[in-house]
Design a protein around this ligand. Structure first.
Ligand code: SF4
Length: 502
């Protein structure tokens, strides 16, 4: 397959983005290379997401358009993976004659064999639950992929979900909770550190439930798992890893040890994305979230006591069946009292097969839209206020690349996972001082609702420093600020809906 090139369309969350990365590794190990664009590809894989409304229709529309793509060049192959594939299964093959293979979320490792089969004219679907550890058994990431410019990597620690929130389809598409052996995780993180990765994002549908079933049943040693806080402690000690984040936790699984970890672990970043979904206890119960707003506040209080600068972000749903104006106001109130630095908010939409789908009591679309807009306006104000509060503070920015604003501006993330843009001088000295992957100390000098603006602490990197007439006083004052520096901030922004072509 040396001459074959592939392209992957990825919809959805970080889990899906990471699954696509795994498929890239599998295909590259099988001898394929990444195509520069879909028009140059021999294999096109669509990695689907079912969290949003009409995901199935989106896939059908994509597949319909791909008839022409496939017909343009003999031998082209089309594969579909992800959550919609897991749900719909081989019915996709019956419906689309030009589709060659379908793989569910537990069957990534079968992709190369399915491609082989497809090239020999055999169509196949692998879906359904795989409860073995084999689903984690994937080749080590290729250095070229791991050392991409961002020097950040996802690491799967558990998959699946046993919570069955009444609005969510994930337990049907990702199956039951299963935790990966800690030695496997440790080995992967050490390999990533050796390849130059500085930041890891631990992934799991309920990531802080890691190991809980094994611990409860007294079989953690046999399964090679442990409580989540212990896993964090183990990874914190790996040389070279500067930043550790995790997503998405569930409020139910915050225990004293995990709270303590936030105060004690050197590399655990001070940002927590803790989905709350609603501020109304009545709606939380209907959602089957298994906590109250009071318990949510208690967790935030404990996190802040352990790590005062922790930045909390969240997910929220408006217009859940039966949500009254009073319930919604409770959500606005929670966002304010919790001091959420940012949030992702959505209008509820029913998913067939979930508990809430048959509840009735629908909130009219225009009411849900109005609530969404009010919530997002409040959040914008809060995010701006938080960003403004950071002006004057230092930030250690992991540079990702040139800013979309152009000029000599670069962009990156601070410890709190906030987006930071920096203006630089046009001729960097030393060259590469702000290359992607650099950790650049800076000071926050401005704020917008979406990002922070910062200036490098090193005066030689400031805009205008290349000019011989650059005011010496500016260099001096920057130097003084740099000397006064003691603390470093951190932050994290969470990818939301992503459409990415790898
Ligand atoms: S915890 Fe709830 S919202 Fe999160 S994946 Fe599980 S069922 Fe879905």
């Amino acid at each position: 397959m040396q001459d074959k090139r592939f392209s992957i369309r990825t919809y959805g969350c970080q889990m899906n983005v990471h699954d696509s990365e795994k498929v890239v590794t599998l295909l590259e190990d099988a001898g394929l290379s990444a195509a520069a664009s879909e028009s140059e590809a021999d294999l096109l894989v669509i990695n689907t997401c079912s969290i949003r409304d009409k995901a199935e229709h989106q896939l059908y529309s994509d597949l319909g358009k791909l008839r022409e793509w496939k017909a343009e060049k003999p031998g082209r192959i089309v594969g579909v993976g992800g959550c919609v594939a897991q749900q719909v299964g081989d019915r996709l093959l019956s419906r689309f004659g030009h589709l060659d293979f379908v793989f569910g979320t537990h069957h990534l490792r079968r992709v190369p064999a399915m491609l082989d089969g497809a090239l020999a004219g055999r169509r196949a679907a692998w879906v359904g639950e795989d409860e073995s550890q084999e689903r984690f058994d994937l080749p080590a990431r290729r250095p070229a992929l791991a050392t991409g410019p961002r020097r950040r990597a996802f690491v799967t620690v558990m998959e699946g979900c046993d919570m069955f929130c009444s609005f969510c389809i994930v337990p049907s598409t990702r199956g039951r909770e299963i935790s990966r052996a800690a030695t496997e995780i440790d080995t992967e993180v050490r390999q990533l550190a050796d390849q130059g990765i500085l930041e890891i994002m631990l992934l799991g549908q309920t990531v802080n439930a890691y190991g809980r079933h094994d611990v409860r049943r007294g079989r953690a040693a046999a399964a090679g798992t442990m409580p989540f806080a212990e896993l964090l402690g183990q990874l914190d000690a790996i040389p070279g890893i500067e930043r550790i984040r995790y997503t998405s936790p569930h409020p139910l699984f915050y225990d004293a040890a995990l709270i303590r970890a936030h105060g004690e672990l050197e590399h655990l970043c001070p940002n927590v994305h803790l989905p709350v979904q609603s501020g109304s206890n009545r709606i939380l119960e209907q959602m089957r979230r298994r906590y109250t707003r009071e318990r949510y506040f208690e967790i935030l209080g404990a996190l802040r006591a352990a790590r005062p600068d922790v930045a909390i972000t969240s997910d929220l749903i408006v217009g859940f069946p039966g949500e009254t104006e009073g319930d919604f106001e409770q959500t606005l109130d929670l966002v304010r009292v919790a001091g959420l630095v940012d949030s992702f908010s959505f209008k509820y939409s029913p998913r067939p097969g979930t508990g809430a789908a048959g509840m009735g009591a629908e909130v009219p679309a225009e009411v849900a839209q109005d609530r969404l807009e009010r919530l997002q306006a409040q959040q914008r104000d809060q995010t701006l206020a938080y960003h403004q509060s950071r002006v004057g503070q230092e930030a250690l920015v992991l540079i990702e690349g040139p800013s979309r604003r152009g000029g000599h501006q670069v962009t990156g993330r601070d410890l709190h996972h906030r987006v930071v843009n920096l203006d630089l001088c046009s001729s960097l000295e030393p060259p590469g001082a702000a290359e992607p992957g650099t950790l650049l100390p800076a000071r926050v000098v401005g704020a917008t609702p979406h990002s922070l603006l910062a200036a490098p602490l090193d005066p030689a990197l400031l805009p205008g420093a290349e000019d011989p007439d650059f005011p010496r006083s500016r260099l001096k004052s920057s130097k003084r600020r740099a000397d006064e520096t003691e603390s470093v901030d951190c932050a994290g922004g969470l990818a939301e809906d992503v459409l990415r072509v790898l």
